[in-house]
Design a protein around this ligand. Structure first.
Ligand SMILES: [Zn+2]
Length: 205
């Protein structure tokens, strides 16, 4: 969804999210900083689905805070469990995605890399490597070209891939994201796969 929003800034979905974000635009800097800090307090100690409505609201507020450089102004006290993100100095709140090997963990505030893959501590990095390597060919089914689709029973292959993606995403939420709590106060995990038409409600923990 983030990629879609970035490449197609005026898509109907993007316009809807812009409309949603208007509520935060009415906040002054201090109010916005306090709202973010309080919500971070509620996030602490747990992993969160990317689709969670509270996370969606937080992301809108965080984007605005990034635009306004809120975190550099030190307007509110961030819960002590959060370290500062090297990318933008916001409290570190990582997003785990299937592209972790290429992108590392993603910052929920500036959407840049919060922690490059090769800097993730070894034991958990190995598990993420194995998981992402298993996910890659599963996801690739959604992007098969015509010749690949003709050579196989594509509908069946796509259905199997979607089911496998549901299992892999659940593993991320149940296991991998939880292990990242050793490094971060709270962790967000991607709980859908648009290309394979796997929705958050398909990923059961
Ligand atoms: Zn950042």
């Amino acid at each position: 969804m983030l990629a879609a929003m970035a490449t197609n800034a005026d898509s109907p979905l993007d316009l809807l999210w812009k409309e949603y974000s208007l509520v935060f635009r009415e906040f002054d800097d201090t109010t916005l900083a306090r709202w973010l800090a309080q919500t971070l307090g509620q996030f602490a100690g747990r992993v969160w689905r990317q689709s969670h409505p509270l996370l969606g609201a937080y992301r809108l507020a965080a984007q605005l805070a990034h635009e306004r450089q809120i975190w550099l102004k030190r307007l509110a006290t961030v819960p002590a469990a959060y370290s500062a993100a090297p990318c933008c100095r916001a409290p570190a709140l990582p997003l785990l995605t299937r592209d972790v090997r290429e992108t590392g963990l993603i910052c929920q505030h500036c959407t840049e890399t919060l922690l490059p893959f090769d800097e993730i501590p070894a034991p958990i990095r190995g598990e993420l490597e194995t998981w992402a390597a298993r996910y890659e060919p599963v996801h690739a089914v959604a992007h098969w070209d015509d010749s690949q689709r003709k050579a196989a029973d594509y509908d069946r292959a796509a259905e199997n891939a979607a089911e496998e993606a549901e299992r892999l995403l659940a593993q991320a939420g149940r296991n991998l994201a939880v292990k990242l709590l050793e490094l971060y106060a709270a962790v967000v995990w991607e709980d859908q796969d648009d290309c394979l038409e796997v929705r958050p409600e398909d990923v059961r923990l």
